[in-house]
Design a protein around this ligand. Structure first.
Ligand code: FES
Ligand code: FES
Length: 155
């Protein structure tokens, strides 16, 4: 049975008509046409579907859409704009991180939360925070450099 559910995504409030148990990822992609959170494993194991919910990195593939009613959902679209990019976005370009880009939501939204809470993280803190995110293209060392660059450290 479907229900009308109000979501606040990247600062905009919008209604979706969905089964309350539907994964948030499906609502974002299929109902709202947002294609930056990706379907990878569907099991909370890879991070490709990550969004922030009230600032916390969240696996949208295993989060029921009814569980985020009224909460602030941030996707990559809400992280920065081409005119005002997030420091991580600038650093990703400078370090030429992306290959296929499938994993970007996981790395960037997780790292953005880390830098908000810990502006100058150590290598160990960066590795711990990002430990659950996977990149099949093997960009891990470039990501580490980009997070350090965004934090104002030398790579
Ligand atoms: S698709 Fe959600 S963690 Fe892999
Ligand atoms: S850049 Fe391809 S999966 Fe990470």
């Amino acid at each position: 049975m479907t229900e009308r559910i109000t979501l606040v995504v990247d600062g905009k409030s919008t209604d979706v008509s969905a089964d309350p148990a539907m994964p948030l990822l499906y609502a974002l992609r299929s109902e709202l046409g947002l294609d930056n959170p990706k379907f990878g494993c569907g099991l909370a194991q890879c991070g490709a579907c990550t969004v922030q919910v009230d600032g916390r990195p969240t696996r949208s593939c295993v989060t029921p859409v009814s569980g985020v009613k009224g909460k602030k959902i941030t996707t990559l679209n809400g992280l920065g704009t081409s005119n005002r990019p997030h420091p991580l976005q600038t650093a990703y370009i400078a370090e030429q991180v992306p290959q296929c880009g499938y994993c970007l939501s996981g790395w960037m939204l997780t790292a953005a939360a880390l830098l908000r809470d810990t502006p100058k993280p150590s290598d160990k803190q960066i590795r711990q925070a990002l430990a659950g995110v996977k990149c099949r293209c093997g960009t891990h060392m470039a990501i580490l450099r980009a997070v350090k660059r965004a934090a104002g450290s030398k790579a």
